[in-house]
Design a protein around this ligand. Structure first.
Ligand code: ZN
Ligand code: ZN
Length: 170
């Protein structure tokens, strides 16, 4: 949603609320599965001094770090930005990426905040088995067949034999 803040300039000491939801299908490289509506508040104290407040959440599909299956995650965001509308700079002197010619792009604001809260690593389940290094099959769906003739069964047999031998000694 685009909000032309220059239209609010005559209303000093003003406060407005806008029902907003994130409008894009992607957040960076990730698919947005749901974007609930939230309230965006714009405060105009005087002259070019503006402050924008927002708090909400997005549901985003993020690939599992082991098997790459998409996992739905809730990303929370909180925005509290004070800026000068004429310069487009915030109180730290940084450029506000969500402002273009005095127009506020709510999607840019939300993306800017939500990206900071993206989890570094997501697992589909705690004991995700990941992908087979040989054939790339998802091992959560069952064994892929690679390495079937290798030693694990023989190892197990050897251990069983050793345990039986130990039992017989007693
Ligand atoms: Zn996984
Ligand atoms: Zn395999």
């Amino acid at each position: 949603m685009l909000i032309d803040l220059s239209e609010l300039l005559p209303y000093q000491e003003g406060e407005r609320e806008y029902p907003v939801s994130y409008g894009k299908e992607m957040l960076s490289a990730y698919e947005v599965s749901s974007a609930p509506e939230f309230v965006l508040k714009i405060l105009h104290s005087r002259d070019n001094d503006f402050r924008v407040l927002a708090e909400g959440s997005l549901r985003v599909m993020i690939p599992c770090a082991r098997c790459l299956e998409p996992v739905e995650q809730t990303i929370l965001f909180t925005a509290d930005r004070s800026f000068d509308l004429s310069s487009g700079l915030d109180t730290d002197g940084d450029e506000c990426v969500f402002l273009t010619d005095k127009v506020l792009d709510t999607d840019e604001l939300i993306a800017d905040e939500a990206l900071m809260n993206l989890p570094i690593r997501v697992l589909c389940r705690e004991n995700c088995k990941g992908l087979c290094e040989t054939c790339g099959a998802n091992l959560n769906h069952g064994p892929c067949g690679c390495g079937e003739k290798e030693t694990p069964t023989r190892m197990a047999e050897a251990i069983m034999a050793a345990m039986n031998a130990a039992k017989n000694k007693k």
